[in-house]
Design a protein around this ligand. Structure first.
Ligand code: GSH
Length: 214
């Protein structure tokens, strides 16, 4: 049986939840986070020495780092479609996953924390606007890529869509006026047709509003 540690409203935990549901796998979910001191315990640090979520355990195998969890579950449980077996197609999925970690996520987190998670009276609108412009640039790049194909790694949905697709719902629904490039919007429409996406990502997040702790 697979076990997953991590609060379900956390950005990186949602990657693990989404792929577990995409794969239709049964799992035990422990709703843990640093707010309650759960991530500093010796038991949790033995699972992930970095004290971060998500973490999964699949029988005896422990995996941390959200994109590595996505890669592991795709390769282990669907090495035909979610994990593209052809090296070049797989590298396309992986390079956008790496790009998400390196570029999109840091700027999206700056935007989400700067605007949504910061109480209105404490917001720094210079920082928010800089992050909004960086995110717009990232989504224009992704848009140019998606003009050529319906999904990140080609004609069908793969693990490559998961990290890049995580932030779309919050990006469009958090109450900021943001650019909506046509190719990204069509891709968002395709993701929204997936039950696992709707049940995991398109979920209310107002409990995070104005909350600067985890
Ligand atoms: N690069 C790591 C980042 C892990 C990370 O920072 N996770 C956040 C949640 S998104 C966390 O552990 N925060 C503490 C908490 O939520 O209590 C990954 O992708 O798994």
């Amino acid at each position: 049986m697979i076990e997953l540690w991590g609060r379900p409203n956390a950005y990186n935990v949602q990657k693990a939840l989404w792929i577990l549901r995409e794969l239709g796998l049964e799992f035990i979910h422990y709703d843990v986070g640093s707010r309650r001191g759960d991530l500093d315990t010796p038991e949790f640090l033995a699972l992930n020495p970095h004290g971060r979520i998500p973490v999964i355990r699949d029988n005896d195998a422990v995996v941390w780092e959200s994109n590595s969890i996505v890669r592991y579950l795709a390769a282990r449980y669907d090495p035909v479609t979610l994990w593209p077996p052809e090296p070049l197609a797989r590298s396309c999925a992986e390079r956008w996953m790496d790009w998400e970690l390196d570029k999109l996520q840091p700027d999206f987190i700056d935007l989400f924390w700067g605007f949504y998670r910061t109480p209105a009276q404490s917001r720094d609108y210079h920082l928010i606007d800089a992050a909004r412009q960086k995110c717009a640039r990232h989504f224009r790049q992704l848009d140019r890529h998606l003009e050529q194909q319906p999904f990140v790694a080609g004609e069908s949905f793969t693990m490559g869509d998961i990290p890049c697709g995580i932030c779309l719902y919050r990006y469009f629904e958090m109450g900021l006026d943001v650019e909506k490039p046509a190719g990204v919007m069509q891709w968002y429409g395709r993701l929204s047709q997936r039950e696992a996406y709707r049940n995991t990502i398109m979920t209310p997040f107002d409990e995070l509003k104005g909350r600067v702790d985890f």
